[in-house]
Design a protein around this ligand. Structure first.
Ligand code: FPP
Length: 228
C-alpha cells in the first residue's frame, strides 16, 4: 500500500446498484444485495485502516419515492444486513450511529435498528454512521427548529453543528461518490463545507479495496487550504 495520509472521516454516496444489476440483466434488488456485500467489505477495510469515522448514504429522504416493492426490499436488505453484521462490528469495536428520520420506518424495523445501535454503544473504535431516510436540508431545518424550541433568538455555527445528527464528530475530509454522477444529492450539506470530493464511474457493488485505495491516494495528493 502506498504511504497515504489517511483522512479522519470518509463519507460515501453508494450509487450505481441499479445499473450494476441492469448490466447483468438482473433485477434491481440483486444490485442492492451486491451493494450490501460491498458495504460490509468497505466497513471492514476502513475499520482495519484505523479510520475514525465512516459515513454512508444508505437511504435518502427522496428514496421513499421509489416503487413500493423496491423500497420494501431495500429496507429489508439493509436491516437484515446490519443485524447480520452486528457480531463482526462488535468484534471490530465499531460504534454505530444511525442518522436520519427513523420515525418513517415501521416500528419493528426501527426497534431492531435501535437495539443494534444500543448494543454497540460502548464500543470505542471506528464510528460507523449510516444515513437512513436522511436529507441534508431536513437535518439543518431540524437543528434550527430545535434551537427555536430552546428559546434562542440568535444562533452560531456551533449551535447548529451541535444539533445535527453528526454532533460531536469531525466533519468529513473526503466524500466519495460512486456510479458516475457528479452531484451531492442532499448529503451532509453542512458538514461538507471543506470536504474534498472524489467521483468515480465505478458502480457501488464493484467498489472494492483497490478502488477505495485509489480514492485515498487521490485525496492524499490534494492540498487542503480551508479557504486560507
Ligand atoms: C443507489 O443505487 C443505492 C441505494 C439507493 C442504496 C444503497 C444501499 C446499499 C448499498 C446498502 C447499504 C447496506 C447497509 C447494510 C446499510 P441506485 O439504486 O440509485 O442505482 P442506480 O443509480 O444505478 O439506479
Amino acid at each position: 500500500m502506498p504511504d497515504l495520509s489517511i483522512p479522519r472521516h470518509v463519507a460515501i454516496i453508494m450509487d450505481g446498484n441499479g445499473r450494476w444489476a441492469k448490466k447483468r440483466l438482473l433485477p434491481r434488488t440483486a444490485g442492492h444485495k451486491a451493494g450490501v456485500d460491498s458495504f460490509v467489505n468497505t466497513v471492514d477495510t476502513c475499520s482495519d485502516m484505523g479510520l475514525e469515522v465512516l459515513t454512508v448514504y444508505a437511504f435518502s429522504a427522496e428514496n421513499w419515492n421509489r416503487p413500493k416493492d423496491e423500497v420494501g426490499a431495500l429496507i429489508e436488505l439493509m436491516v437484515n444486513g446490519i443485524n447480520k453484521y452486528e457480531p463482526e462490528m462488535m468484534r471490530k469495536n465499531i460504534k454505530l450511529r444511525l442518522m436520519g428520520d427513523l420515525s418513517l420506518f415501521g416500528e419493528k424495523c426501527r426497534g431492531s435498528l435501535a437495539a443494534v445501535q444500543q448494543r454497540l454503544s460502548n464500543n470505542t473504535g471506528m464510528v460507523l454512521c449510516i444515513c437512513l431516510s436522511y436529507g441534508g436540508r431536513q437535518e439543518i431545518v431540524n437543528a434550527v427548529n430545535e434551537l427555536i424550541k430552546e428559546g434562542k433568538t440568535s444562533v452560531t455555527a456551533d449551535d447548529i453543528a451541535g444539533r445535527l445528527y453528526s454532533s460531536g464528530l469531525p466533519d468529513p475530509d473526503l466524500i466519495i461518490r460512486t456510479g458516475g454522477e457528479c452531484r451531492t444529492s442532499n448529503f451532509l450539506l453542512w458538514q461538507s463545507a471543506y470536504a474534498e470530493y472524489y467521483f468515480t464511474d465505478v458502480f457501488w457493488p464493484d467498489f472494492d479495496k483497490k478502488e477505495l485505495m485509489r480514492a485515498l491516494e487521490s485525496y492524499s495528493k490534494r492540498q487542503r487550504r480551508f479557504g486560507r
